[in-house]
Design a binder for this molecule. Structure first.
Ligand code: TRP
Length: 335
């Protein structure tokens, strides 16, 4: 492998991607692919840790996510997009790492703990779910990634990964595995169209990259704004107002946006005027993405061949690490 710095990102495929995903991670991936060797993993095996009974859903979502990646500018010539389950090297690494982590440590992983209560597993937590932080360490170390873009909630996973790396290198007296750093995107999260702090599928408050013009218009029209801005003449609040947060995130004409904000705060500017402008801004942003996505939807075999080539390339890299790992563990019986 060259000295070029490596990034590994991963997403559990849960369905088509929305503007929150774009602002929170896709945008920075599109930028980072020019500076780093970037691996983008669609974590279908991890998605199965809490969806074992609905594999067809997971499979569908893999394609949805891949379409959105490609439509919004992830370039397969610059980034390697791959499907986690297609790399047998990852569960192999996981198996070896499992012995370096205590059960107690897993039980106290704050993210896993929180997810267990959110998902209502009760006493029936799948063992695969309990151990997913270890499989995540395999994902990251297989590529010797130095930078891992994640949300705050994934920080315990990075910590767990580095613990495994240090233990491995110490126990097997080698420097095969590399520690990594989390890369937390600067941009905060995008609120939902209902004003909820987070855009999410479960809250059904998202604008999706694949939404058509009509749906976009409807969603923008019913967006939550300042609840105290009842009459056009009333002064309105800009801070925390989703309509203005979206304009800041997607608009380019900062002068016009500032004028709208000033007018809104003074009073005399109706929500519909701002919303009409927001619709234009978002539509202009989404139009080329939609077009590219449609084109790819009609050429699924092209998408599948990108994923296949990416998975093969990634498997090759992971195999090199696995060979070194096995050698360090004295498991290289036949040379
Ligand atoms: N846990 C991540 C999610 O919830 C997905 C993921 C799997 C991941 N393996 C990873 C993220 C490795 C970063 C690095 O979407």
């Amino acid at each position: 492998m060259s000295d070029q710095k490596v990034i590994l990102t991963g997403d559990r495929p849960t369905g088509a991607l929305h503007l929150g995903h774009y602002v929170g991670s896709l945008k920075s991936r599109v930028e980072l692919q020019h500076e780093y060797k970037q691996y983008i993993m669609i974590a279908d095996a991890q998605a199965l840790t809490d969806n074992a009974k609905t594999p067809e859903k997971v499979r569908e979502n893999v394609l949805e996510v891949a379409l959105d990646y490609l439509a919004c500018g992830i370039d397969p010539k610059l980034s390697t997009i791959f499907i986690q389950s297609q790399l047998p090297q990852l569960p192999e690494l996981t198996q070896f790492y499992l012995n370096l982590v205590t059960w107690n440590r897993l039980k106290h992983n704050p993210t896993v703990k929180q997810e267990i209560s959110q998902k209502g597993f009760g006493e029936s937590v799948p063992a695969g779910f309990m151990t997913y932080p270890i499989s995540q360490a395999a994902d990251i170390t297989a590529f010797k990634a130095s930078l891992v873009p994640v949300g705050e909630d994934q920080l315990p996973m990075i910590e767990q990964t580095n613990e495994i790396v240090r233990n491995f290198n110490r126990i097997y007296k080698c420097r095969v595995l590399w520690t990594c750093k989390a890369h937390i995107p600067k941009v905060g999260r995008l609120p939902g169209i209902d004003g909820h702090a987070k855009m999410s599928k479960s809250l059904d408050n998202g604008i999706y990259l694949k939404d058509d013009e009509d749906l976009l218009r409807k969603k923008v029209k019913k967006m939550y704004t300042d609840p105290n801005h009842l009459r056009v003449e009333d002064p309105g609040q800009v801070e925390g107002n989703p309509v203005f947060i979206y304009l800041d995130a997607f608009g380019h004409d900062t002068k016009k946006i500032q004028e709208l904000k000033d007018h809104y705060q003074r009073g005399g500017l109706g929500d519909m005027v701002v919303k009409n402008y927001l619709f234009e801004v978002l539509n202009e942003f989404l139009e080329p993405i939609r077009k590219k996505r449609k084109q790819l939807e009609n050429d699924k075999s092209e998408v599948m061949s990108i994923l296949k080539a990416g998975s093969e390339f990634a498997a090759n890299t992971a195999q090199k690490t696995l060979d070194e790992v096995k050698q360090a563990m004295k498991l290289n019986y036949f040379g």
